[in-house]
Design a binder for this molecule. Structure first.
Ligand code: SAH
Length: 201
């Protein structure tokens, strides 16, 4: 049963996660909401979170797939794996999350087939990661790449096309949040994120 988040909908506030200066994330609240919706998760699904960072997406995915589902979270950085573990515990999702410290693409080879794969890290290895991810995805499985860099997005688009994915969707999200100042509410822009998602044939 989820602790600290009693709602069905995603969008846990960023400040509800344990955070560390040394580990990126959590993926910002509104970006998490759209990422999870692009993954089209169902109860009982198996999800791979590649580059789990703080565990923001891992926790949101775990709450969506429920106790019959599984989330495999991997990160090459051991501090990220530990922080994800703390956050998974904080939200009471230990029973359906498995956290591995390892580097993609190699670390992906040992993971089971999945209904959805979230890719938040990968850098120069992105093409190979997508090729292995394509093999791990079940038919009609969903892949979602969150890109800070334009180059990450364009590489993902090109590779998903060549791997024969269908319904490739590219969405760029710009969020601005209100901050109270003396004279009223000022909107402060956050970095735009490009979300590339697609369905395996
Ligand atoms: N979605 C996360 C934030 C991800 S930050 C959250 O909500 O908290 C991206 C993470 O990807 C970093 O922690 C980085 O260590 C990891 N990463 C980058 N390349 C990787 C690779 N090749 N294999 C595994 N992890 C990787």
């Amino acid at each position: 049963m989820a602790k600290n988040w009693i709602y069905k909908t995603p969008g846990i506030p960023d400040e509800a996660f344990d955070q560390s200066e040394a580990v990126p994330g959590p993926t910002k609240e509104e970006i998490r909401v759209i990422t999870i919706s692009k993954a089209r998760l169902r109860e009982g699904d198996t999800v791979l979170d590649v580059g789990c960072g703080t565990g923001g997406l891992t926790v949101e995915a775990a709450l969506q797939v429920g106790s019959r589902g599984k989330v495999y979270a991997i990160d090459e950085d051991e501090a990220a794996a530990r922080l994800t573990s703390a956050n998974v515990e904080k939200f009471g999702a230990q029973s359906n999350v498995i956290i591995l410290s390892g580097k993609a693409p190699q670390a992906l080879l040992n993971l089971p087939n999945a209904d959805a794969i979230l890719i938040g890290g990968g850098g120069t290895q992105l093409r190979t990661i997508l090729q292995i991810a394509a093999n791990k995805l079940k038919s009609n499985g969903r892949i979602v790449v969150n890109a800070i860099l334009l180059e990450t997005a364009t590489t993902a688009i090109a590779e998903l096309k060549s791997l024969g994915f269908k319904d490739i969707d590219i969405t760029n999200i710009s969020v601005a949040k209100g901050k109270q100042i003396n004279s009223g509410t000022m909107m402060l822009a956050r970095n735009p994120i490009t979300i590339v998602s697609a369905t395996k044939l």
